[in-house]
Design a protein around this ligand. Structure first.
Ligand SMILES: Nc1ncnc2c1ncn2[C@@H]1O[C@H](COP(=O)(O)OP(=O)(O)OP(=O)(O)O)[C@@H](O)[C@H]1O
Ligand SMILES: [Mg+2]
Length: 261
């Protein structure tokens, strides 16, 4: 059974799509089977961040009942699968987003994680995405309007039965006067899964001839490193459990057995 997690914020432009794409890849690197769904049916752009181009069958077609969900699943970077949303405004007006829950449950068995890239606001499509998820991770900037909207989203998600498990703070500048991680954590009453810095490499990922998420293009840049930590905290898997470090872990266990005797 997959963990179905909505990535939401209330406020627009906080980095939901960026977090969804890069977190998905980071989870895949930890050995997880990951599906990303572009649940932003009005302003779809997960495909753009993933660097994927043509997708003849989209979530729109599935929500309209005109295609099977399995035909809308595409291969993304590093083994991640994804379902893009359509770009047609006419189809967007006709889609029934309430079908999302049924669509997600058809896919549940095949993945460890299903991440939903949720739209901004609290319109019907957002409510459908939150209802289709069991858990929600909020993305906020360290600014009061963004935190206020995140709080609103937290309340809505809880009312819809999605457990809000943590917050990712994005665009962190570490400037004087910036709202701190501890303050955000206590305002939202949530653990902080990561403080992702403002990092020009994130934007540069769009400027390449072939677009690819920052974690693929620059795995060692500050934003990628922090997003990798988010995956680790979310999954409970330690990053850097390389064969040599697991050997160390094995030896440590062995010694502890000897010490007990
Ligand atoms: N940590 C970061 N550092 C620098 N730029 C970033 C960072 N995170 C996101 N961005 C940039 O900010 C812009 C908005 O990010 P993104 O599209 O992920 O936000 P969003 O919350 O999904 O927006 P929307 O509400 O419109 O769906 C993008 O151009 C992205 O490249
Ligand atoms: Mg987005």
């Amino acid at each position: 059974m997959a963990r179905v997690i909505a990535i939401a914020s209330g406020k627009g432009g906080t980095g939901k799509t960026t977090v969804t794409a890069n977190l998905g890849i980071a989870l895949a690197r930890l050995g997880k089977k990951v599906l990303l769904i572009d649940a932003d049916v009005a302003m779809a752009n997960l495909s753009l961040i993933l660097g994927m181009q043509s997708s003849p069958i989209t979530l729109h077609d599935v929500l309209l009942g005109e295609a099977q969900v399995h035909d809308a699943v595409y291969d993304g970077p590093e083994g991640v699968k994804f379902i893009p949303s359509g770009l047609s405004l006419d189809n967007y007006k006709r889609v029934d987003s309430e079908r999302l829950l049924g669509i997600v449950s058809q896919l549940n068995e095949q993945y460890d994680y299903i991440l939903l890239d949720v739209a901004a606001g609290i319109e019907k499509n957002v409510l459908s995405a939150l209802s289709a998820s069991q858990e929600t991770v909020l993305v906020t900037m360290p600014t009061s309007p963004a935190i206020a909207d995140a709080l609103k989203t937290k309340i809505v998600a809880q009312r819809l039965g999605s457990k809000v498990i943590g917050v990712v703070i994005n665009f962190v500048m570490n400037e004087n006067g910036e709202i701190t991680k501890n303050d955000i954590s206590s305002m939202l009453e949530l653990p902080v899964y990561g403080s992702v810095p403002y990092d020009p490499e994130v934007r540069k990922s769009f400027m390449q001839e072939k677009v690819s998420p920052v974690i693929v293009r620059k795995p060692d840049c500050p934003a990628s490193v922090e997003l990798t930590k988010v995956a680790s905290r979310l999954s409970g898997i330690k990053v850097g459990d390389s064969p040599s470090s697991s050997k160390k872990g094995f030896l440590a266990k062995l010694f502890s057995i000897f010490r007990k005797k």
